[in-house]
Design a binder for this molecule. Sequence first.
Ligand code: SF4
Ligand code: SF4
Length: 440
Amino acid sequence: MQYLSNILFVIVLIAGIGFFSKNVKKLSRNIKLGKDADVSDNKSERWKNMAKIALGQTKMVVRPVAGLMHILVYVGFIIINIEVLEIIIDGILGTHRIFAPLGVFYDFLIGSFEVLALLVIVAVVIFWIRRNVIKLQRFIKPEMKGWPKKDGNMILYIEFVLMLLFLTMNAADFQLQQLDAPHYTKAGAFPISQFLIPLFDGMTTSTLVIIERTAWWLHIVGILAFLNYLYYSKHLHIILAFPNTYYGKVKPQGQFNNLEAVTNEVKLMLDPSADPFAAPADDAPEPEKFGASDVMDLNWVQLLNAYTCTECGRCTSECPANQTGKKLSPRKIMMDTRDRLEEVGKNIDANKGEFVPDGKQLLDDYISREELWACTTCNACVQACPVSIDPLSIIVEMRRFLVMEQSAAPTELNNMMSNIENNGAPWPYNQMDRLNWVNE
Ligand code: SF4
Ligand code: SF4
């Protein structure tokens, strides 16, 4: 019987990890659909950013209540899962609490896991109340309807249930230890789960074993299921926050990237020795598309950004355009980018590795021109993001496409650009006229 249980455990483990690896491959393939981006600079600053922002969660505590509770859930969840290692070894070998020989240290570990589990439960309940009862503004914006709302709640339910299973498993185990049940080594400290023991009063050893084994199995299967849920959820950030903060922008925030092709053109125009009528060489490559109208025109860091977005809405709540009732929400820009990227990925899967044009694109089908032109390029969203996402860079690329490929800027901008071209200033009169007041 024990033998069968071990085999079943190995099968479940291989299936869980195998399916997760499949999704990781898909994720990496989708991110690589983006253009190249040179992120080989400032390595030490990048490592520092990752340690500070992803590991240290420094940007989370800007909002202390949510920040501290998030740290609690994050630390609690990660540390408690160290215990998963013991569960896996026990599951494969058929042992029980294999780390018990660590003695007092083991007791300390199990005891602190239990305290953390309780704190995670408290934090998760508060998070749920903030989302569903208090209905904080940033959680009820239009882009948070449907799946994003369900996903946010689902994560809280899963974490709550996993912690509860952990405590139930320990409580039943503790009771079995008191009853000297065979196989249940006396080990561990149970400062929290001991309070559940009255629930087991009068139960036979075999009933307790069933409860303990059921909680043990559900706990590990739940963790494997949660691991596989990540790909479909905003919770993917628990993994991607690390690479994302490493590859995040290290240049000054207001600095835009110049388009190489345009820079070369300008240099050529300023070079008196260049032939202004020279035609491009016969073997010159096709000029690159300016800006972005779809996800494949963005670079891979921007696509990584989209998968990393936690949908926390801190960017949107700081966005002056959103605050003044405009249609723009930087969070939606990131969610739309991820949704479109997923759609492109599914298209590739369905067409044997080739993308077959589907008549859709990120521009207009997901992100409207109204949203794009509402942006003031203030960078407040970039500053607010706790995982170094840059929604503005996507907005700028899409505007570039509209202006440089389609000449489709709003009239006011077109007028301003013509004025700059003709008068050297954004106003509709000559630069020299502007100085007439000096003569007066
Ligand atoms: S840069 Fe644009 S999207 Fe970001 S906060 Fe400012 S206005 Fe909003
Ligand atoms: S872009 Fe950043 S701040 Fe905005 S919702 Fe996503 S994670 Fe939150």
